[in-house]
Structure formats: C-alpha cells, structure tokens
Design a protein around this ligand. Sequence first.
Ligand SMILES: Nc1ncnc2c1ncn2[C@@H]1O[C@H](COP(=O)(O)OP(=O)(O)OP(=O)(O)O)[C@@H](O)[C@H]1O
Ligand SMILES: [Mg+2]
Length: 500
Amino acid sequence: MINADEIAGILKGQIASYKTGDNEAEIGTVIEVGDNIARVYGLESVQQSELVEFANGVQGIALNLEEDNVGVVIMGDDTDIKEGEQVRRTGRIVSVPVGPALLGRVVNPLGVPVDGKGPIETKKYRTIENGAPGVVQRQGVKQPLQTGIRAIDALIPIGKGQRELIIGDRGTGKTAIAIDTIINQKGRNVFCIYVAIGQKNSTVSSLRATLEKAGAMEYTTIVTVSSAEPAALKFIAPFAGCAMAEDMMYEGKDVLIIYDNLTQHAIAYREVSLLLRRPPGREAYPGDIFFLHSRLLERAAKLSDELGGGSITALPVIETQAGDVSAYIPTNLISITDGQIYLQSGLFFQGIRPAVDVGISVSRVGSSAQIKAMRTVAGPLKLDLAQYRELAAFAKLASDLDKNTQAQLTRGEKITEVLKQPQFQPQAVEDQVMVIFAATKGLLTDIPTPRLQEWVASFVSFVHEKQPQIAESIRSTSQLSDENTKALQAAISEFNKSFL
Ligand SMILES: Nc1ncnc2c1ncn2[C@@H]1O[C@H](COP(=O)(O)OP(=O)(O)OP(=O)(O)O)[C@@H](O)[C@H]1O
Ligand SMILES: [Mg+2]
C-alpha cells in the first residue's frame, strides 16, 4: 500500500517538473470548418470574444467556449481554411481603433478603412464590448439633440443621452431622418457615427457622398458591413461603432450614433447562433437576443459632470413587415428604448413626408430637454392634431359643419402641411419656433394649403432679413419674449400681405 506521504511526494514532484510548453494553449487545430464557423481543438486558455488568427491570416472570434473545443466565427473568407491547420491566439479581445483620426472615414467593423484614404493614424484602441455606465455615473437627459425636423423636434423631441427608436416598413424614410439629423449637427459640436448593417455598398457610398456634400463627413464616421459579408462582421458592427462613440463620450464630447438597422443585426446574430448550434427560441432567434440589444443600447448615456458630461445619443432603426410592431425584435426594442418614432407607409404615400405618425410616436424623456420657446409654441400642437384626426374622419360623413368645427379642420390641415419637410433641409430650432407659432396661432388660415411649403421657406428668410433680432433672441435665450411674440405676429401679418 502507498501511504499519503508518498502520494503527496509524487504529486509534488510532478507539479515541480511540469513545464508549460511554449504554445500548448496558444495554438490550436481546426477540426471542422464550414459556413464561416470553425471548431478548434486545443485553445484551452482562449478568452471569450478573443481574436484568433488562422494560418492564412484570416481572423476569427472565439464565441463558444466548450469543454473540448472552441467555436470560432470566421470574419472573412473561409474557403482557404482547412481541417488540421493551426489557429493562433492573439491574446486580444476584439477591439477597434478609436479617436479623432476616425472622423471623416469609412471603416469596416474591425476598424479597417474601406474608403481608400490610407491607414488610420491612431494608437488608441478600445474593446468593442464594454459595461454601460452605472446610475451614479449618469445624469438626467436635459439638453436637446436637434434633429432639424419640425415634426420630431416639436412633437417627439430627443435629448442628448436618449435612445429613440426609428421604426417603420421598408422605404418609409427611416434612413432619411437619420441622415438629416447628422446633417443638422453641423457646427453644433456633436460627433456622429453611422453604422450601416447589411446595406448595399452602393447605398452606403451615395450616403457618404451626400454627407460629404453637406459638409457633414468632417465630424462623422461610417462603420459599414455590406449584406454580402460574413454574419459575424455584421454581428459585431454596432458594438464596434459604440466603442468609437464611447471613447469620445468619455472625453466629454457629445456623440450621436445611428444603427441602421438592428433588424439586419438580429438576423445576422441568429445566423451565427444557429451555426454555433445554440438552441433557437422565438422566431428561431437565440434566447439572449434581448440581452444583446439591451447591453448595446444601455451604453448610450448622459454622463455626470464629474465624468466630463459627455453623451451618446442612440437612434436604432428597425424595419417592420406591414406595420407589424408586435413581432419579436420590434417589441424587444420598443421596451429597451426611451421612445419611438413610427413611420407609416400610408402617410408616406399620401405625401406626408417625413411620414411620422405623431399620434402614436412618443419620446419619454426628451420633452424635458426641449428649449422653452419650443415647448411654449408646440404645446397645443399635439392636441390640435389629435382633434383634427378625429374630426377629419367624422367630417367625411357629415354634410354641413358648424363654424367651429370648420376652423379646427382648417387649422389641422395647415399644421399637417407645415410639418411636412423636404429631405436634406433640416431647420434650426429658432426657425422652427417661428413657423410653428404661425401654424398654431391660426395665422395661416388664409394661405392656400398647396402654397404652404413655399410660405415656410420664404417667410423664414423674410424674418431673418427684416427682424433678425427675433431668431437671435430665441437662439441666445431659448425663450420667446412677449416683445418678440408681438414682433413675430406683426411680421407674419406683414409677410402674408405680400405673399398672397
Ligand atoms: N422628407 C422626405 N421628403 C421627400 N422624400 C423623402 C423624404 N424622406 C424620404 N424620402 C424618400 O423616400 C425614399 C425612402 O427613404 P429612405 O431610404 O430613407 O427609407 P428607409 O425606410 O430607410 O428605406 P429602407 O427600408 O430601404 O432602408 C427615398 O427615395 C427618399 O429620398
Ligand atoms: Mg434605410
């Protein structure tokens, strides 16, 4: 019989003589490959989300750490990767370059430039997955993030640090709202990141040209992964964009990030998960899809003053099928965000563009961030519109209407027309205030509705020329003083005389 001392002696001896081979845990072997997924044997000490490199230089992410193998998603072409080949650990969790060098650039989700403008000069990197700021590190949303779109800034205002969902069917103007919002940040010290997930390269390229023409690329980064690229790249894209945004937020800056769109992102994640043989749940999405999107959007924040007061405002975009907002991914995102901008194809085809359904769109935190002048003039707007919709449905049936009803209908019609806005023409908040003031005070009754768009444009330049102090005072004080209210009213009457 061997006694305990002897056993201990043998074990001690073995431990002492145990030498970790140089690469034992650093290099593994591909045992199976296909569909952009590789199963790798032997990477015992690899970390979750670590980058690994295949023999031909293609990179992958270790996503499934199992007992005897590691599931790696390949972020490139998998045709050159063969069973039996070596896989090397890099020791790095997936990270992307961050910092000012990224502004004006178009990069892929690994931070590799795809705009042909040379390498990105930065030494700063940030891991793509990071914890969200906690309660103490945040403060309330209290500054407006102006989209420049009247229907949104007046009725569904967005604040810095807020998460507002843009939701609608295909082709209802979701991207248009995002792009106008980016253009409107010019000269406002807000940096923008546009994450294009699963869009066509040609679409992204014309979008870049649009931003360039508007002078908006100077403060914008585009992170793009096209529909033809591996699902794994699409899956990390919003996290990569968010890491770039976080770097600026922690430097005390304000950032706007757009995820266009998270429907494509969810589909890519479903693909990756199914290929990794994770159990499917509702609509075949994996069980952690809610967690995926909530941990992404939780990273949007308004930081406390001690931390520099920076912010990330997130505008995730979601695509619906035939207006169905009760599908799995839309309901998840509705519950994660602080409000929704609903776009309706019915309105879009009636020519009401942006096709914002102001009846069901909400902003749960932004109204506290609206400037006072806007809050005052836009106050009656929602009620006016709600009454108008109710009356309009009813008026179709009624033959003769009393004066009061008629007046309400006219006002609703004028307001609806004034809230239409062409693309690429975001409007400063002080100008919005003047226009909405005219509409809600019933001062547009005599202007023929088809001429209202023209009225808006020429009225604004008229006031800027004749009474520049009105806009100036709204901009500097955020208020519409009694004196300026009178001046504005007079300006409108004077302008209307010449306009008609
Ligand atoms: N306010 C607007 N005025 C006039 N046209 C607009 C307006 N907004 C969008 N459009 C037009 O409507 C079309 C669809 O817009 P957009 O591409 O933004 O929609 P989308 O919802 O992002 O579409 P998709 O689902 O394909 O991504 C575009 O041709 C765009 O130019
Ligand atoms: Mg779009």
